[in-house]
Design a protein around this ligand. Structure first.
Ligand SMILES: *[C@@H]1O[C@H](CO)[C@@H](O)[C@H](O)[C@H]1NC(C)=O
Ligand SMILES: *[C@@H]1O[C@H](CO)[C@@H](O)[C@H](O)[C@H]1NC(C)=O
Length: 630
């Protein structure tokens, strides 16, 4: 062991002095591959171009000062809004990225006056538009410009074609499956071709701000197209949502290779893949060693610099120092409190780099083992979906457990339904919110490798982005509660009165249908602008009242009087109320899964052999008021 350390130290010293500086495999020649210039001129080109240029300047500054490879920036001065985006592939250094960005901008500004344009290079992609949607939905367009790009090299592999095709195809398949499951949607990997003196290098990267489904779809297409390139030694695929390239020529450096073995292990992809893993493990020992060394180096370098965040990186989430978060929240001052949730207060925090985040202080969480907390953080942090609030980092020092989350200035849905901003949401916005929540929940239930039941869906847990898209907060946290707290035997359970499915509130029976129930309640609140706990008629709460009205086919009466709906919209709302009622049915098996709900909302009707039956649990509802309280 001491000998090993000595060897490592020796290696470190050698590497540190730079005596074994390796060559850079990145091709830094920046020649545009594909350019699209928008065809419609903005209303005021002068103002628009000014905003575009200032936004690009800001973006360049962001890349350089934050040392990042992805960024957005906007300038809305004078009404001609411009939104810009830069994406460099993750194997680049920041300086290489900025060089590509500069080349891209000089090409883009030479387009004739248009309200949007983009350009693709081997190393980066830069786009600007007059609308913001393309940040999260890369395919959003207003000018029929979003296209795919595919190019196969004109050289064929010198190896036996069959072996080559099989190996590379399997390799690309691995990458297709793994990329959407990795937190930053990025893979760089290399594969030796057995019995041939050759290695194939591949990189895949989905848009950072998109969701797993969009990434998956894009990777599927990429795989199909690139598979057709074989036995060509080179292939590139680009679509607005992802970029994939493979080549026999090394185009990124060894230290940028990402470790995908864990993801491959977690997802049983097939035996053939497992065999290749074993094979590559043997061949990969040297690689691991060099990765270990670069990690050590990285640590060393980081330590010498005084930085706000520790180097620990859990699937993209960052470990923060408690004292930095204390500073950022002004010592957790009252004035910085954004809200109080079931798990503790949420504070607004301004980090050293001026980024605004939300910091959640967790109480009542059993921190018996820190690793348990960190495992949960790890699980939550790999979840990326536009309707789920993103976890950016965490801190766990002593008994202080903190989560660092996306900051959403607009606040929560309840404010817009009956709070300070009551009546500001129109029907289209409310409908989009309902659909968004459903998609977020379907993702938690059905699209991850573990099923996550939220257990506490309510209007105050739904945050609204600047463009009123919903983001579900607090998911994954219920699992951190003490065992006894999740049962009804004690005063607190994960749910909230008025939203919790009866079988969970009364008997502690947990399933994904618990969320379906609460979601149904949130639909009714969103449509009516009233709280589920409000007595709306006689002694009836919102849900009971809606049922009674439905039986008389008068359920349109619950619609928020702030809404002014036309005939078509009224029809639509009626169907959605029926979907909400189906969601809150008992027995549990009557309720649809959230994926089914998404489908029903899209179709605007109940699907399958379903009819609404009067629920039997109103009596229990009465009980609940007495036993559990708020
Ligand atoms: C680098 O990229 C440019 C433009 O794509 C290309 O023409 C050139 O051949 C590449 N150089 C190498 C060494 O691959
Ligand atoms: C393998 O290829 C490299 C360059 O492509 C060459 O330098 C080397 O001699 C080759 N080795 C064998 C055993 O053919």
């Amino acid at each position: 062991m001491p000998f090993m350390v000595l060897v490592l130290l020796l290696w470190l010293t050698l590497t540190n002095t730079g005596s074994s500086e390796s060559i850079n495999h990145v091709n830094t020649t920046n020649i545009p591959i594909q350019l699209f210039c928008g065809r419609n001129a903005p209303s005021n080109p002068l103002n628009f171009n000014e905003n575009r240029d200032s936004s690009f300047n800001q973006l360049r500054l962001n890349l350089l000062s934050n040392r990042v490879l992805y960024g957005t920036s906007q300038d809305l001065t004078g009404g001609d809004s411009v939104f810009t985006l830069a994406r460099c592939w993750n194997y680049l250094s920041v300086d290489e990225c900025v060089a590509c960005f500069d080349a891209a901008v000089s090409v883009l500004v030479s387009c004739p006056d248009g309200n949007g344009a983009y350009v693709l290079f081997d190393n980066c992609f830069v786009r600007y538009e007059s609308f913001v949607d393309f940040y999260t939905n890369p395919h959003a367009e207003q000018d029929a410009g979003a296209t795919q790009f595919i190019s196969c090299g004109n050289q064929s592999a010198s190896q036996l074609e069959l072996t080559y095709n099989q190996t590379v195809s399997a390799f690309l398949l691995e990458i297709r499956d793994v990329t959407p499951k990795i937190s930053n949607f990025y893979v760089a990997s290399a594969k030796e071709i057995t019995n041939a003196n050759a290695t194939v290098y591949a990189v895949a990267q989905c848009v950072e701000s998109t969701n797993q489904t969009i990434c998956e779809t894009c990777m599927n297409i990429a795989y199909k197209k690139l598979d057709n390139c074989l036995p060509s030694t080179e292939g590139r695929f680009f679509d607005m949502a992802c970029f994939v390239r493979y080549s026999e020529t090394q185009f990124f450096n060894d230290n940028k290779i990402t470790d995908i073995t864990n993801v491959l292990k977690d997802n049983v992809i097939g035996n053939s893949v497992k065999v290749t893993i074993v094979a590559s493990v043997i061949g990969g020992v040297a690689l691991l060693l060099s990765i270990l060394i670069s990690c050590l180096l990285y640590r060393q370098r980081k330590k010498s610099k005084k930085t706000e965040q520790d180097v620990d990186d859990l699937e993209g989430a960052i470990r923060y120092n408690y004292k930095d978060l204390k500073l950022a929240t002004d010592n957790f001052s009252e004035g910085n409190i954004l809200g109080k949730g079931g798990f503790g207060e949420v504070y607004k925090a301004i980090l050293g780099n001026k980024n605004i985040v939300a910091v959640k202080k967790l109480h009542g969480v059993h921190a018996r083992a820190k690793t348990e907390f960190e495992n949960e953080v790890k699980l939550i942090s790999i979840i990326r979906h536009r309707n789920l609030l993103r976890l950016l980092g965490w801190s766990s020092e002593g008994s202080n457990l903190l989560l660092v989350l996306e900051y959403i200035p607009n606040g929560s849905l309840d404010k817009f339904l009956w709070g300070a901003r009551k009546g500001t949401l129109d029907w289209t916005q409310r409908y989009e919110i309902i659909v968004g929540i459903a998609k977020g929940l379907a993702h938690l239930h059905d699209e991850l490798h573990v099923k996550i039941v939220h257990r506490d869906i309510k209007s105050s847990n739904i945050l609204l982005s600047d463009d009123f898209k919903p983001k579900i907060a607090d998911f994954g946290l219920a699992r951190l509660q003490r065992e006894d707290q999740t049962h009804i035997s004690t005063t607190g359970y994960a749910g909230t009165f008025g939203y919790t499915a009866p079988e969970y509130a009364l008997l502690g029976v947990l399933s994904d249908k618990v969320d379906t129930y609460s979601f149904g309640v949130v639909i009714l609140e969103t449509i009516s602008g009233r709280r589920s706990t409000e007595v709306v008629s006689g002694t009836d709460l919102l849900l009971e009242n809606t049922w009674k009205l439905y039986e008389k086919k008068m359920h349109l009466n619950i619609i928020d009087e702030m809404l002014d709906l036309n005939q078509d919209e009224q029809e639509q709302v009626m169907k959605i109320i029926e979907i909400a009622l189906l969601c809150t049915e008992s027995p549990v098996s009557n309720r649809p899964t959230m994926s089914e709900v998404v489908l029903m909302l899209r179709e605007g009707q109940l699907l399958g052999n379903r009819e609404l039956t009067r629920p039997t649990n109103f009596v229990h509802n009465q009980d609940r008021r007495i036993h559990i309280g708020t």
